[in-house]
Design a protein around this ligand. Structure first.
Ligand code: HEC
Ligand code: HEC
Ligand code: HEC
Ligand code: HEC
Ligand code: HEC
Length: 190
């Protein structure tokens, strides 16, 4: 009887509390909805050949990673620096040549794609010395790139918390506060 009374009187507040707790658990939840995702591409491009065996630097192709929001995927001209001559018999390379001569970019399928309301830029991360492998795994040994980390909010926030503590201790010490907002909602959401 008492329980029903409480429920009647406070049902709105209660369901709000339940929603809040559930919502928070959902948002911070570890559901790794992207991990392992590896879409088919128009032509098979292998990082294992290019970044692994040929030891090409990531930034040879992903030129903007240090200075801009996007790492960017290379245009066909970058590929043609070599493929004008290399493996030119291959069907995949003929496809590239066609893309180049007709000026139509290859429509690579995005592997990573955060929702628009979340703000991410490579720049501050690379500037802090984080390595590509920390977030993307050992790409140079992948024939097909696949999503390596959870890429959900909990993953971002956990590392930010960790760094807030670490940076405060490491480089600045008492008197500095420039990393305290690293886990604020507004840091990552518009
Ligand atoms: C020869 C050029 C080249 C080099 C070198 C290269 N990449 Fe790529 N990368 C590409 C191309 C082309 C794509 C798009 C096709 C694909 O996803 O496989 C791509 C895609 C990616 C993606 C997925 C992009 C998305 O859609 O989310 C990541 C992550 C990536 N590369 C990381 C790296 C890392 C890390 C290195 C160095 C170890 C590297 N790449 C070296 C050409 C290159
Ligand atoms: C702190 C984690 C982190 C590090 C370190 C990192 N990336 Fe990324 N990368 C991401 C996230 C998150 C995305 C998805 C961005 C989006 O969808 O807006 C991404 C996307 C990409 C893409 C797809 C194109 C784009 O810009 O959206 C490429 C290519 C890429 N990264 C390459 C690299 C390379 C090369 C390095 C090393 C120089 C690197 N990343 C280091 C987290 C990271
Ligand atoms: C620095 C030179 C270089 C660059 C730049 C380069 N490649 Fe390659 N690529 C190679 C070499 C070397 C091979 C191995 C050829 C072989 O095994 O016969 C190769 C192999 C390939 C293959 C397999 C060909 C086959 O069927 O055997 C594809 C597809 C390919 N590259 C696509 C690309 C794309 C797409 C880009 C641009 C994003 C690119 N490459 C940029 C040197 C390069
Ligand atoms: C592996 C650790 C790590 C991961 C994972 C990570 N970050 Fe960061 N992030 C950092 C560090 C370190 C900085 C730089 C802090 C500084 O220099 O003050 C940073 C800085 C940023 C900044 C700039 C903050 C500012 O105002 O200066 C944004 C925005 C950001 N991260 C968003 C994200 C998002 C969104 C994700 C998840 C998709 C993410 N980060 C994942 C470690 C990480
Ligand atoms: C370090 C970066 C970061 C911080 C700080 C952060 N978020 Fe997020 N948030 C993200 C990313 C990235 C996603 C998208 C995750 C995904 O696609 O799985 C997200 C997703 C969400 C969503 C889910 C929207 C949807 O599409 O399902 C909500 C709601 C949200 N965040 C609210 C918040 C609130 C409230 C705070 C402050 C307590 C906060 N976020 C702090 C990075 C961050």
């Amino acid at each position: 009887m008492a329980l029903i009374k409480i429920l009647r009187k406070h049902s709105i507040k209660l369901s709000f509390a339940i929603l809040l707790v559930g919502g928070t658990a959902y948002i911070f939840g570890t559901d790794p909805k992207y991990t392992g995702y590896s879409p088919d591409q128009p032509i098979p491009f292998s990082h294992k050949i290019h970044a692994g065996e040929l030891q090409m630097d990531c930034q040879f192709c992903h030129v903007a990673v240090e200075r801009s929001v996007n790492a960017t995927v290379p245009d066909t001209a970058t590929c043609m620096k070599c493929h004008e001559f290399i493996a030119s018999d291959s069907l995949a390379i003929q496809y590239l040549r066609q893309s180049y001569s007709q000026g139509i970019p290859v429509r690579w399928i995005k592997v990573h794609d955060l929702p628009d309301h979340a703000r991410f830029s490579h720049k501050p991360h690379v500037a802090r010395g984080l390595d590509c492998t920390q977030c993307h795994g050992d790409v140079k040994n992948m024939d097909r790139v696949e999503v390596f980390s959870a890429f959900n909010m909990g993953w971002c926030v956990n590392c930010h918390r960790d760094y807030t503590a670490r940076l405060a201790l490491q480089e600045t010490g008492p008197g500095h506060n420039h990393t305290i907002h690293l886990s604020d909602c507004g840091t990552c959401h518009y």
